[in-house]
Design a protein around this ligand. Structure first.
Ligand code: UD2
Length: 311
């Protein structure tokens, strides 16, 4: 049994991680401001303690960290929308960077003995670098406040980890999808928006011609990676891409989803979004060397996702 903190634990990836940690028999503390997360995402379980709080509340975070002395810390809380970061750069910086650095600072200052701290970064840091697939040592080109905060926090977590002897790792998520992804914003993950359109027989807006490709990775594979890099390996002070290692076009994805759901998606076409990247996929060799094996191809992942939505 480990004591675990998951910031953003009521969100899409966070709550899927909490489910796994519950199965592992851990005692889990979730801090989430419910800006995108939902309380219903969390299991009703004695192992899970929930705080409806923002990670930017220093006083709260400090006393929580000192009191609970967590073994594992997963920093998943973020304002995940790039567009939001462009509209409110200072505010999102407080969440996406400052609050996380404060957590590190408390660990450093009070010599808290964490077994592993993991920070979640994003493929957004590669920006418009056309190199494919993206390797961890590819040139980064963070183009938005979101990407800048993710990259600098990643560096902070890794290099301050080294400097102060805190066991840290960071991950760069590619296009994660699966149960509980919230379609509330137009900038939510495209598969949550497609799912919503299929469920409600509404129209889906396709930006561009649909030939853009992405590395869609099913959330269970992401959880596999998170557990591997924290509880199951001694690896520290490294960053890892987390993807499926495959890439498919949006049109292929839509086609596969239509077959699975047995419906045809109503599509309206719009021109490509400003700043949209044409192709993106991850080189996952580094993670595979630690033992990662993605299990879900797009068909298998979409099938499970669709089944979870129907229930
Ligand atoms: C992902 C991340 C983003 C940032 C970026 C870095 C998600 C949800 N977003 O953006 O945070 O890290 O990668 O490269 O993981 N699309 C439509 N119709 C819609 C919505 C989207 O056609 O209603 C298109 C969109 O223009 C893009 C593709 O679908 O070409 C994927 O969009 P997305 O927002 O799911 O993900 P992405 O890769 O743009």
């Amino acid at each position: 049994m480990s004591k675990v903190l998951v910031t953003g634990g009521a969100g899409f990836i966070g709550s899927n991680l909490v489910d796994k940690l519950v199965k592992d028999g851990d005692q889990i503390t979730v801090v989430d401001d419910l800006s995108m997360g939902l309380i219903d995402n969390l299991p009703q379980n004695k192992q899970v303690k929930f705080y409806h709080e923002t990670i930017t509340n220093h006083k709260f975070m400090k006393s929580l960290l000192i009191k609970e002395k967590f073994d594992y810390i997963y920093l998943l809380a973020a304002v995940a929308s790039v567009a939001d970061s462009v509209a409110r750069p200072y505010e999102t910086h407080q969440v996406n960077q400052e609050a996380n650095i404060y957590i590190l600072e408390i660990i450093r200052k009070y010599h808290l003995k964490v077994k592993k701290l993991l920070f979640s970064s994003s493929a957004a840091i590669y920006g418009s670098n056309p190199e494919l697939p993206k390797k961890e040592n590819s040139i980064v080109d963070p183009l938005t406040p979101y990407a800048i905060d993710k990259f600098s926090t990643e560096r902070f977590v890794i290099d301050c980890g080294k400097l102060y002897g805190i066991p840290t790792v960071a991950v760069r998520f590619f296009n994660v999808y699966g149960p509980r992804q919230n379609p509330k914003s137009p900038y939510s993950g495209v598969l949550s928006l497609i799912s919503q359109a299929i469920m409600h027989h509404s129209t889906f807006t396709l930006f561009g011609d649909g030939t853009q490709t992405r590395d869609f990775v099913f959330v269970d594979d992401v959880i596999q990676a998170l557990i591997l890099l924290t509880k199951k390996s001694d690896i520290v002070h490294q960053v890892f891409n987390v993807g499926s290692g495959e890439h498919v076009s949006l049109l292929q994805v839509i086609n596969t989803y239509e077959i699975i759901a047995g419906v045809s998606l109503k599509i309206v076409n719009r021109s490509q979004r400003v700043g949209d990247i044409k192709n993106s996929y991850a080189d996952i060799d580094k993670l595979m060397k630690v033992g990662y094996k993605p299990i879900f191809d797009i068909y298998k992942g979409l099938k499970l996702y669709w089944e979870s939505l129907k229930n």
